[in-house]
Design a protein around this ligand. Structure first.
Ligand code: NAI
Length: 340
């Protein structure tokens, strides 16, 4: 079956790692037509807006996008296009699997958990204003609707993927109303999934537990801000941001992207690690029902990690982005030949 997919190369290292991923996916023989679009600073220059209608319409039409990281200016300039995209497509569930890979030095080689982050509200609503000079108010929005649907997604994901436990992470001891609502919704939904253990942890304790005994966790369900922070923490447990994939899922479509950003410090040098976006691409293939292609790409990638001689610099190797992609392509064994 042929798939049409929106492709957003992104900023910084985005075009390098996205190009490597596209080559690897195509080498699996899966039939994909890519519709390339832009967002953010590039779109601002071309269309005068960071979220062009053409890009949004393409994702809505195709229902699936593979997206490179987008740069967001700090403290000034345009608001995050990632947040804007998630809001405009109502991509409410941000799914971030955390699983260690062979030959990667990390604290927890056996770790296998999933961070499920609510993607549309919380402090990320971006509702900030100056009350009087020197005093700024930022509004945290938590709704029953969004809290219920992320909890439901978390439990449904657990059921579909043979996971045994779902943990809500919160600070309801302090934010009794907002985080309290999030937690109430979680336990209300949990009643519909009696075979899955449900529990909760206060965010600060959860961070310590993740560092000391992460094996106690299976699926974590979090509000937007906590989910953002905890997913980077979890990436650190398995060897770093270069290895953490993600999927943003909603009723209108699904956008697959790495957890990491545009890495401006190494952009254009051909040394970025494409693993996180490749693993996001594997999640995308599974979402499309291309299980065989997903399995073959994943096996080839795991073989390259197990072999350990063609890893990128962030993992202690000296392979370039292209070398790494070529090594995977040569192990997939169909389609495109490896190239320099
Ligand atoms: P970052 O994730 O881009 O980089 C953090 C560190 O990790 C850097 O030292 C970088 O070189 C390294 N790193 C990240 N990805 C890597 C990879 N694939 N291979 C090897 N090393 C890698 O985070 P930072 O520097 O805080 O943000 C840079 C920009 O990215 C900002 O404008 C930020 O807003 C944006 N960003 C975008 C995201 C997205 O589009 N989903 C997510 C996070 C940040």
């Amino acid at each position: 079956m042929k798939h049409t997919i929106t492709l957003i190369p992104g900023d910084g290292i985005g075009p390098e790692i996205v190009a490597a991923t596209v080559r690897i996916i195509e080498a699996s023989g899966v039939d994909i037509e890519w519709e390339t679009h832009i967002l953010g600073a590039q779109a601002q220059e071309k269309y005068g807006t960071t979220l062009p209608e053409e890009t949004i319409a393409s994702i809505k039409r195709n229902k699936v996008a593979l997206k490179g990281p987008q740069m967001t200016p700090i403290g000034k300039g345009f608001t995050s296009v990632n947040v804007g995209l998630r809001k405009s497509l109502d991509l409410y569930a941000n799914v971030r699997p955390v699983k260690a890979l062979p030959n990667v030095k990390c604290r927890y080689p056996e770790l296998d958990l999933v961070v499920m982050r609510e993607n549309t509200e919380d402090l990320y609503a971006g509702l900030e204003h100056v009350v009087v000079p020197g005093v700024v108010e930022s509004l945290k929005i938590i709704t029953e609707k969004a809290s219920t649907r992320i909890a439901k997604y978390g439990f449904e994901y657990a059921r579909a993927n043979g996971r045994k436990k779902v943990t809500a992470v919160h600070k309801a001891n302090i934010m009794k109303l907002s985080d309290g609502l999030f937690l109430d919704c979680f336990y209300e939904v949990a009643k519909q999934f009696p075979e899955i253990e449900a529990d909760d942890k206060i965010i600060d304790n959860c961070c310590m537990q993740l560092v000391m005994r992460p094996e106690q966790f299976d699926v974590l369900v979090l509000e937007n801000l906590y989910g953002d922070i905890v997913s980077d923490l979890c990436a650190g447990l398995i060897g770093g941001l270069g290895l953490a994939p993600g999927a943003n899922i909603g009723e209108l479509g699904a956008v697959f992207e790495a957890v990491h950003g545009s890495a401006p410090d190494i952009a254009g040098q051909g040394i970025a690690n494409p693993t996180a976006i490749l693993m996001s691409g594997i999640l995308m293939l599974r979402h499309l029902g291309e299980t065989d292609a997903a399995d073959r790409v994943e096996r080839a990638m795991l073989d390259v990690f197990a072999d350990g001689t063609t890893l990128t610099r962030d993992l202690g190797g000296n392979a370039s982005t292209v070398d790494f992609a070529n090594a995977i392509i040569s192990k997939i064994g169909t389609g495109e030949k490896a190239s320099a």
